[in-house]
Design a binder for this molecule. Structure first.
Ligand SMILES: N[C@@H](CCC(=O)N[C@@H](CS)C(=O)NCC(=O)O)C(=O)O
Length: 247
């Protein structure tokens, strides 16, 4: 799979490693993979996409990339590295205040909303149906038995991070509060910070899309689906950067 539009000739070849799946009309099962792929498309970075093999992941997580011969993990470090190689970084037009807002928004989403989204997806109600179906599509045949290990691992991580210690009601209350803040900050802006895209849009889009798309109902998902501005933002971003998902 290739996406090339407006080449950046000074870059060494870039390959994005991620699971080969676009479930439920969202770019990836993993919102961090959706974020990075969205950024690569927004920034018009020529790249190819390959299936992730966790044994090669430099930080033991997806997504990861190769830039030339170098393997690199963590969506944010990757974006910052690629931005540093551009003549004009995507965020060049932001004021210091907008940069600060983008920073706290991204940290809230990636360190807070992510775990609410995970808890909502791995809720016992959906684990054995929706999640099993999505995961067994991407697990290689011989590893399909490993789904129960994944369930155990995700729940252990949710518990050690803290979100997994709250009741479902408490987790959902946090999720609705986070997306209320995002909806209010977005207002009627075309992109998160105004009428031009910036790197924070990759994160906001990925997590709004991932939360909205999941087929299992939850107060958080239903809140996001019910907010006109979040819904329209997700549809605009998708039409612009992932048109194949709107067909
Ligand atoms: N900070 C990392 C987070 C990536 C992340 O948490 N990825 C999850 C999938 S959504 C993962 O690889 N989980 C596997 C694991 O933790 O073992 C980034 O921005 O890339």
């Amino acid at each position: 799979m290739k996406y090339i539009d407006g080449p950046m000739p000074s870059l060494p070849p870039v390959t994005l490693y991620q699971p080969p799946t676009r479930p439920w009309g969202t770019p990836n099962l993993s919102p961090f993979c959706s974020k990075l792929e969205c950024y690569l498309r927004m920034a018009k970075v020529p790249h190819s996409v390959a299936i992730s093999d966790m044994r090669r992941a430099p930080k033991g997580k997806i997504p990861f990339v190769s830039i030339g011969d170098e393997l690199m993990g963590d969506s944010q470090w990757i974006i910052e590295r690629l931005e540093s190689m551009r003549d004009e970084p995507m965020d060049h037009w932001l004021t210091d205040g907008q940069r600060a807002l983008a920073h706290v928004t991204r940290r809230m989403i990636e360190e807070g909303v992510y775990f609410v989204v995970m808890a909502s997806r791995w809720d016992s109600e959906w684990t054995s149906t929706i999640q099993r179906e999505a995961f067994t599509k991407v697990l290689p045949g011989p590893l399909k038995w490993a789904f129960s290990l994944i369930v155990r691992d995700v729940r252990k991580k949710l518990r050690s991070q803290g979100t997994g210690r709250h009741s479902r009601e408490e987790v959902q209350k946090m999720g609705v509060a986070d997306f209320t803040a995002l909806s209010q900050l977005l207002g009627d802006n075309r992109y998160f910070l105004g009428d031009r895209p910036s790197t924070i849009d990759a994160t906001v889009f990925a997590f709004v899309s991932g939360a909205m798309a999941f087929p299992g109902a939850s107060p958080t998902r239903d809140y996001v689906r019910g907010q006109r501005n979040l819904r329209e933002y997700e549809a605009r971003m998708k039409a612009e950067y992932f048109p194949e998902l709107t067909e």
